[in-house]
Design a protein around this ligand. Structure first.
Ligand code: FES
Length: 106
């Protein structure tokens, strides 16, 4: 498996460079690095506590959310047009350099 580096901005505005692996969920990389993401359901698309904002230049490069993700986002806090659930972003080579920002968690 190859490395995929993503950049994640935390609640204080600090950007972290995180090395993940292809096939991992962005949420898993963020959680494993100890950033404050709850991800309560463990990636089952059932909690929305892995909510992130996607940098505008990356929005078109991600596969669109499926119906389950859209439903969970409907109930999430502070949802914006660039909101996604990070457990639904499965990293591949096309995500090298992906930029995300942690969204407020309940
Ligand atoms: S971890 Fe629960 S929806 Fe992503």
């Amino acid at each position: 498996m190859k490395n995929v580096t993503i950049h994640v901005t935390d609640y204080t505005g600090i950007e972290h460079r995180l090395d993940g692996l292809e096939g991992w969920r962005a949420m898993e990389v963020i959680r494993d690095y100890g950033l404050p993401i709850k991800a309560e359901c463990g990636g089952a698309c059932a909690c929305a506590t892995c909510h992130v904002y996607v940098a505008p230049e990356w929005l078109d490069k991600l596969a669109p959310p499926n119906a389950d993700e859209e439903m969970m986002l409907d109930d999430a806090m502070a949802v914006e047009a660039n909101s996604r659930l990070s457990c639904q972003i499965i990293l591949g080579p096309e995500h090298e350099g992906l930029k995300l920002t942690l969204a407020p968690n309940p």
